[in-house]
Design a protein around this ligand. Structure first.
Ligand code: AMP
Ligand code: GLY
Length: 420
C-alpha cells in the first residue's frame, strides 16, 4: 500500500521512519517533508493547505491512506474534503477537530459531560472580561479560543498582566477573537497522554512529558517543544483508568452525540494533582517532539495499527511497547522562537555515526545539492532509547556535541525531573 504523510516536522520524519518498517507499506510520499524524510520517502512540494492539489496528487500516486501530521489541515477539514474518494484518512474530521480548534468547544463539552478540568468562564468582549478580573484571585489563565500555535495562553500573576492578555487577544494578536477563556490556574504536574482510536475502540498510545519553554529550568518564551521524555513518571494503572473513564470515554461519547466519530491520534494534555487527572487541552494529532520520543518505543507494526483504525478494526490489534526509556533533545536555530537565519548549513551531520539505540529525526531542514541546511526554528531531534533516562540523555548530548553546530542551541536539562 502507498501511504502519504502530510507535514514537514520531526513528527512526520518519525512517522515515515516507523512506517518504512511496516510489512504493509510499499511506498511513502511526504507532503512536503524535509531532508530527513527525503532519505526514506518521496517528498512532494505542495502546501499543506492546498487540499485540491493534495487530492489530485494522492489519486495520481495511488495513495491509499493519508496520515495528517499537523492540526491546521485537520481543523480546516481535510478529512471531510476526502470523503468522496476511496482514500482513507488518518486524522479526525472537522467537527471532532474542534477539540483542538476551539478551546471553548472543549470546555463546554467538559461541562456537559462532567469531565474534570479547571473552572472557567467565557467572555465575549473586553469590558465583561475586565470587570470579572477586578474580583479575581491570581494567578489565573487567559486563553485565546482558536489555534494559536501554542502561543495563545497567558498565565497571569496580577491584574495588569491579565488586562494586557485580554487586550492582546481581543485586538487580534491570534486572529479575529469572538471570545476568550479565563480559567483557574491548576497546580500539579503536567503529563501528556496519547490514545489512538478508530471511533469505536481506543487504545493508549504512551505517555510523555515535553519541555515547552526555550530556556533551561523551564523558563523563557514558549516554543513548540525543546525536548521530551517517555514514559511520564506519573503514569500508573489507577491513573490510567481514571483518565480513560473520566476523560476519554465521555469525550468520545460527546462527539458521538454530535454524530461525529474520531479516527486518529488524540493528545490529552493533563494536569495531575494527587493522582487525579484534570484536562488542560486536547490536540487532535501526535505531539511534536512527543511523537519522535514515543515511536522508537513502539514494538508493533505502525502501518497495521493505522490501517486498522481507518477500517474500524482497532479492537483486533495488539499494540506492544519496549519497556525502556526514551529521551529527545531538539536542536534549534539561534534566535528561535524569535527571528533566526534560514538556509544555514549543518556541516557535520553527514559524518555522524549512530548506534542502534539512537536516532536523528529532521524537522526544519532541506537538502541543497548534497548539503543539509536548516530552514526552520526547530531543526533536528536527537533521540536515544535505553534502560534509564540518564543514559538516554547522555547519549543524546554526545551526539549533539559531535554535530557541534555553532549556529544552533539546545537545552541540556531535558528530563531533569526524572534524572537525579
Ligand atoms: P495549552 O495550550 O492549553 O496546553 O496551554 C499551554 C500551557 O499552559 C500548558 O502546557 C500548561 O503548562 C499551561 N496551562 C494551561 N492551562 C492551565 C491551567 N488551567 N492551569 C495551569 N497551567 C495551565
Ligand atoms: N509539544 C507540544 C505539541 O505538540 O503541541
Amino acid at each position: 500500500m502507498n501511504i502519504g504523510i502530510i507535514g514537514s516536522g520531526g513528527r512526520e520524519h518519525a512517522l515515515s521512519f516507523k512506517l518504512k518498517q511496516s510489512k504493509i507499506v510499499d511506498k511513502i510520499y511526504c507532503i512536503p517533508g524535509n531532508a530527513g524524510t527525503e532519505l526514506i520517502a518521496e517528498n512532494i512540494s505542495i502546501q499543506i493547505n492546498d487540499f485540491e492539489k493534495i487530492k489530485k496528487i494522492s489519486i495520481e500516486k495511488k495513495i491509499e491512506l493519508l496520515i495528517i501530521g499537523p492540526e491546521k489541515p485537520l481543523v480546516d477539514g481535510i478529512s471531510d474534503y476526502f470523503k468522496d474518494t476511496n482514500i482513507k484518512i488518518f486524522g479526525p474530521n472537522k467537527i471532532s477537530s474542534k477539540l483542538e480548534g476551539s478551546k471553548t468547544f472543549t470546555k463546554k463539552l467538559c461541562k456537559k459531560y462532567n469531565i474534570p478540568t479547571s473552572k472557567f468562564d467565557i467572555f465575549q468582549n473586553k469590558d465583561s472580561a475586565k470587570k470579572f478580573l477586578t474580583n479575581s484571585i491570581f494567578p489565573l489563565v487567559i486563553k485565546a479560543d482558536g489555534l494559536a500555535a501554542g502561543k495563545g495562553v497567558y498565565i497571569c500573576n496580577n491584574n495588569s498582566e491579565a488586562i494586557n492578555a485580554v487586550d492582546e487577544i481581543f485586538d487580534g494578536r491570534f486572529g479575529k477573537a469572538d471570545c476568550i477563556l479565563i480559567e483557574e490556574f491548576l497546580r500539579g504536574e503536567e503529563m501528556s497522554y496519547f490514545i489512538i482510536t478508530d471511533g469505536k475502540t481506543f487504545k493508549p498510545f504512551q505517555t510523555a512529558q515535553d519541555h515547552k519553554r526555550v530556556e533551561e529550568g523551564d523558563v523563557g518564551k514558549n516554543t513548540g517543544g525543546m525536548g521530551a521524555y517517555s514514559p511520564s513518571r506519573l503514569i500508573n494503572n489507577e491513573l490510567q483508568n481514571k483518565i480513560d473513564e473520566k476523560i476519554i470515554k465521555p469525550t468520545l461519547e460527546g462527539l458521538s452525540d454530535l454524530n461525529s466519530d474520531y479516527v486518529g491520534f488524540l493528545y490529552v494534555g493533563l494536569m495531575i494533582i494527587n493522582n487525579e487527572p484534570f484536562l488542560i487541552e486536547f490536540n487532535v494529532r501526535m505531539g511534536d517532539p512527543e511523537c519522535q520520543t514515543i515511536l522508537p518505543l513502539l514494538n508493533s507494526d505502525l502501518g497495521k495499527i493505522i490501517y486498522a483504525c481507518c477500517t474500524k478494526k482497532l479492537s483486533s490489534i495488539k499494540i506492544k511497547w519496549l519497556d525502556k526509556k526514551s529521551l529527545c533533545i531538539v536542536l534549534c536555530s539561534n534566535g528561535y522562537p524569535d527571528k533566526y537565519n534560514k538556509n544555514v548549513k549543518i556541516e557535520n551531520l553527514n559524518k555522524i555515526k549512530l548506534n542502534e539505540n539512537s536516532l536523528i529525526f529532521h524537522a526544519g531542514t532541506k537538502l541543497v545539492d548534497k548539503d543539509i541546511v536548516a530552514t526552520g526554528g526547530r531543526v533536528l531531534n536527537i533521540v536515544n532509547v535505553s534502560n534509564n533516562f540518564a543514559e538516554s540523555k547522555k547519549q543524546a548530548l554526545t551526539i549533539l556535541q559531535d554535530i557541534n553546530w555553532t549556529k544552533g542551541f539546545y537545552r541540556k536539562d531535558i528530563g531533569y525531573k526524572v534524572i537525579s
